[in-house]
Design a protein around this ligand. Structure first.
Ligand SMILES: [Zn+2]
Length: 157
């Protein structure tokens, strides 16, 4: 357990302030550290697997679209989000809501989910097929995910 100062009010802090402000359990701290917004380990793992499977020609972290999808196959109109289980509040064993400041974390995960939904709607309206891939799926069955993406790409590449 790290005691790094306690805030009385809960505001939408940036994660750096948050890290300094809250009492953060060690498991939470570990999840936070292993979850960056770009080039996260699951993203790197998936991109490498796509590359090995010959599924190339994608762009990464495409900011021109809402939500900055992690992987975009422009011609095939496929946008892929790789979601860290912790940040996106996945209900899996890798991502329990921290018991400290549970209300704060729940609100944060809900905001992330709302933002994601808005991004999916926006991309769909632009003709994209959107795939959301969870970190735990990448760990459990990377091959199946690559297969799904290959199937979606069909003969386009
Ligand atoms: Zn998960």
């Amino acid at each position: 357990m790290y005691h790094v100062g306690v805030s009385e009010s809960i505001k939408p802090y940036g994660i750096n302030q948050l890290r300094d402000t809250f009492v953060v359990a060690e498991t939470t701290r570990r999840s936070m550290r292993s979850n960056r917004s770009q080039d996260t380990q699951p993203e790197l793992t998936l991109r490498k697997a796509l590359w090995m499977a010959g599924l190339r020609g994608y762009r990464k972290n495409v900011r021109r679209y809402k939500g900055s999808p992690d992987i975009v196959f422009g011609r095939a109109r496929i946008a892929i989000f790789v979601h860290g289980c912790f940040w996106h509040g996945h209900r899996c064993k890798n991502a329990r809501v921290p018991t400290q400041n549970a209300a704060f974390w729940k609100a944060k995960f809900e905001r992330n989910a709302e933002r994601h939904l808005a991004a999916v709607e926006d991309l769909t309206s632009k003709g994209f097929c959107v795939l959301t891939v969870w970190e735990c799926e990448i760990k459990a069955d990377l091959e199946a995910i690559v297969g799904r993406i290959a199937h979606q790409l069909g003969g386009v590449l």
